[in-house]
Design a protein around this ligand. Structure first.
Ligand SMILES: Nc1ncnc2c1ncn2[C@@H]1O[C@H](COP(=O)(O)OP(=O)(O)OP(=O)(O)O)[C@@H](O)[C@H]1O
Ligand SMILES: [Mg+2]
Length: 545
């Protein structure tokens, strides 16, 4: 049988000399001569060779590179350097091996025996030549790369090259099952095969291997009835092995093809099956991965969508409550004003009962006025821009304590404020927090002989700083602790402790805007403690409006 040789040589005379020398030696050779690196690489990529002859270098391309490229493409292929001064250029360690030789052009008479020797070294054991150590190495490399692959195109790319190299074949295809069709999705071959085409499962060999869940090993395709001969006639293929991907319910197949009649060895079939198994695992892993990725993406999109909707809704609600509160104030002012006029004009004629009725009207109107003002204040807080700065809570607490004591000089109270409690936050808003918590503490200790009000800080089990305002006042029923922060929720009768029930709702909004949490602990008549945290606070670039 003709030997196919690739010869890298830029001197035409030397090419001719080699050709005649080999013919004289009785070697029937088909020699493809190339004179540059790119031409050499292209030839390697597209054809199959039994051996490579190479000059030690051609302009712009070194013989060692040629050696590495040849070994990468055809592991173990005989490689003979034929150069003016053989041996001057030390061979690359990665590419030496039994089938490598170096000759000087002056000793061309040795070329025939050297080539026969190199082919002989490699030929007796086709398994060792094609699939022994290099095959195993390719398999290991392919498995490693497959384990990192995250999508089908990457997997197909790895497999089509690996399958071909693994068994030193002239072509490989990656076939995917598409319902009752076989889709030839990828290929790597010396000549075109069927990339992009679909064949019925029943009418092609990949379909046969998937349906029968076993490898099809065909030494001569034209003697096998399972092969659709017409589809193969335009191709170079003489022999093939088709291995299903996944034995249970195959999802595809890997085909390898030879241009010369080739009886695949048991070891080659085993290597291909191992590659098919790894491919199946890689496809399943990629599937899980892409499902996960899709779910995460879907959820993220969903959350984003919900946030946007909520934001819009919140803005609408804020705008609505602001305008309602705003518009409600003017009729109230009218009612209050005319009730006053009536009270004054009718002083003489009003009896006690009717005067009380009128007074009730004005008290209720004023309370409603206060409620509306507080509501307006709350909506302003949500809309106000945040200006981050260092805020001294201790200072704010002392100022609040001072004002509270001044408002009722007769009350006995003890204020305990830890020193230098500073936080990052908006000064104006943090003042509202401290004032509200302190004034609640002041209000709900009003029935105590000696009020005790404390501002301090501690650390929670997770190591976060927690600030607190504690008092020894009336306390509240802890079952209702979660209600405290809703607007207009009051746990005590208005007759005992007056207020509008908006203070803590405001405080909670401010704390949330600072990335923190607020909660309370208490028991009836045992005082109350309000705790809060402040998150990693970075003010937004644009004020919320
Ligand atoms: N220190 C406290 N001790 C006991 N109960 C408290 C304390 N602070 C708040 N509460 C309870 O929580 C309710 C809500 O408090 P919040 O500050 O929101 O409203 P308010 O003080 O009643 O009115 P406003 O602060 O709007 O004038 C209070 O009515 C009270 O029942
Ligand atoms: Mg209050």
């Amino acid at each position: 049988m003709k030997l196919r040789l690739l010869h890298l040589e830029d001197n035409g005379d030397d090419v001719e000399l080699v050709r005649t020398t080999l013919a004289r030696e009785g070697l029937d050779c088909d020699i493809l001569a190339v004179d540059s690196g790119p031409a050499y690489l292209q030839a390697l990529q597209h054809s199959h060779f039994d051996a490579v002859l190479s000059d030690s270098s051609v302009p712009g391309y070194d013989g060692n590179e040629a050696l590495l490229a040849a070994r990468e493409r055809f592991p173990g292929i005989p490689f003979i350097v034929v150069s003016a001064g053989a041996g001057t250029n030390p061979p690359d360690k990665r590419a030496t091996g039994p089938a490598t030789a170096r000759l000087a052009k002056a000793e061309l008479h040795r070329l025939g025996p050297t080539l026969k020797h190199a082919l002989g070294q490699q030929a007796p054991a086709p398994v060792a030549r094609t699939t022994g150590k290099p095959g195993m190495q390719y398999l290991i490399q392919a498995v490693q790369r497959l384990s990192l692959a995250r999508d089908l195109p990457t997997i197909m790319n790895i497999v089509r090259h690996a399958a071909r190299a693994l068994v030193n074949a002239d072509g490989a295809t990656f076939v995917l099952r598409d319902h009752d069709k076989c889709f030839y999705a990828e290929e790597d071959a010396i000549g075109p095969l069927w990339k992009g085409q679909r064949f019925p499962l029943q009418a092609c060999i990949s379909g046969w291997s998937m349906l029968n869940r076993q490898a099809a090993v065909i030494e001569d395709i034209y003697r096998d009835e399972r092969v659709p001969h017409d589809a193969y006639r335009p191709t170079f293929v003489k022999s093939l092995v088709m291995t299903p991907i996944r034995m249970v319910a195959p999802i595809g197949a890997i085909g390898v093809y030879w241009a010369k009649i080739h009886r695949a060895t048991a070891e080659e079939i085993e290597l291909l099956q191992a590659l098919a198994d790894s491919t199946s695992i890689a496809i399943e892993a990629a599937d899980v991965y892409s499902n996960l990725e899709r779910k995460v993406a879907e959820q993220t999109a969903e959350v984003r969508q919900r946030n946007t909707e909520l934001e819009v809704l919140n803005k609408e609600l804020e705008a609505f409550s602001y305008s309602v509160a705003h518009d409600l104030r003017s009729p109230l002012i009218t009612i209050d004003g005319f009730a006053q006029v009536l009270l004054e004009n009718l002083t003489e004629s009003l009896d006690e009962t009717n005067r009380k009725h009128l007074e009730r009207i004005t008290t209720a109107v004023r309370r409603m006025h206060r409620l509306i003002n507080d509501l307006l204040g709350l909506s302003k807080i949500v809309r106000a821009p945040l200006n981050a700065t260092t805020v001294d809570l201790s200072c704010l607490a002392w100022a609040a304590a001072h004002n509270l004591q001044e408002s009722a000089p007769g009350r006995k109270a003890e204020f305990i404020v830890a020193e230098d409690i500073t936080v990052q936050g908006d000064y104006g808003l943090m003042r509202i927090v401290v004032e509200n918590l302190m004034s609640n503490a002041w209000k709900f200790t009003s029935r105590k002989e000696l009020a005790r009000i404390e501002l301090g800080k501690g650390t929670d089990p997770a190591g976060h700083t927690v600030y607190f305002v504690r008092d020894n006042g009336a306390g509240f029923d802890p079952r209702y602790a979660s209600k405290l922060f809703s607007p207009f929720q009051q746990l005590h009768p208005e007759s005992k402790f007056s207020g509008t029930g908006i203070g803590l709702a405001t405080v909670q909004r401010i704390i949330h805007r600072h990335g923190g949490q607020i909660w309370a602990e208490s028991a009836v008549d045992c005082g109350a403690t309000f705790y809060f945290t402040l998150g990693e606070f970075t003010p937004p670039e644009h004020p919320t409006s």
